[in-house]
Design a protein. Structure first.
Length: 244
């Protein structure tokens, strides 16, 4: 009986230990398809407020060793903006008859983005190696880069471990810190923090939930509180990924 109890204790301890560590990798399968929803909101007091929703599909077209190829396309884009007392609104699902004059003008600007195909090659750490847009549309590369929201560390992590990632965009440097909050058989949950420097200064806060099996970030919320030339601005980015 004592030997049996000891054996059960050892097995339980090993299972517990296994669930407290994780080797984070993107374990994509060729042919896998995902629906991705991204919501971006910006508030700059009475000067400007903006809300944008992007829905896209993502398909893994090839997997070879530690690299993968993906194909992405926008399926829906909406935007509401208030600037200088002027309101602007656009919804890609509306017909020309349903859009006002401003909406029609925005449709002319947005339509190339909705028609473009985005191709990306990445590795299983989440690093984007190459990007191609067909036909080429200015600004689309930045959106593809944003679709890779985290780069994983090479070593396994346990609860309490942290690692860093830096992004530089439009004169801003964003230093992200990812800290493992919890690990179970289904998910790895992270707490996000960090700093913004350069053209804007501020703080980063948020969280992320990663599927423990596929390594795909299934949801994330990132808020950046920034100061730009003395003006406070809040940017919030929410992403949800669902496997088809």
């Amino acid at each position: 009986m004592k030997k049996l109890i000891l054996l059960l204790f050892v097995i339980t301890a090993n299972i517990s230990l296994a669930q407290e560590t994780a080797l984070l990798r993107l374990n994509y399968e060729k042919g896998a398809a995902y629906d991705v929803s991204m919501n971006v909101s910006q508030e700059m007091g009475a000067i400007m407020s903006m809300g944008m929703n992007i829905n896209m599909t993502s398909k893994i077209t090839d997997v070879e060793g530690d690299t993968y190829d993906s194909e992405m396309k926008f399926t829906k884009l909406t935007m509401d903006m208030l600037q200088g007392g002027n309101a602007m609104s656009f919804d890609s699902t509306k017909s020309d008859e349903e859009l006002d004059a401003v909406g029609k003008q925005m449709k002319t600007q947005m339509q190339p983005m909705l028609e473009a195909l985005m191709f990306a090659k990445g590795n299983n750490l989440g690093e984007i190696i190459d990007i191609k847009i067909e036909p080429n549309v200015m600004g689309m590369e930045d959106i593809v880069k944003q679709s890779s929201s985290v780069v994983y560390p090479k070593e396994a992590v346990k609860v309490g471990d942290s690692w860093t990632m830096t992004k530089e965009e439009k004169g801003m440097k964003m230093d992200f810190v990812y800290t493992v909050k919890s690990i179970d058989k289904d998910n790895v949950n992270l707490v996000i923090s960090g700093d913004v420097s350069g053209m804007a200064t501020g703080k980063i806060a948020g969280n992320m939930q990663i599927d423990a099996v596929s390594g795909v970030p299934m949801s994330s919320i990132v808020t950046m509180l920034m100061n730009i030339n003395g003006q406070e601005m809040t940017t919030k980015v929410t992403m949800e990924t669902t496997k088809k």
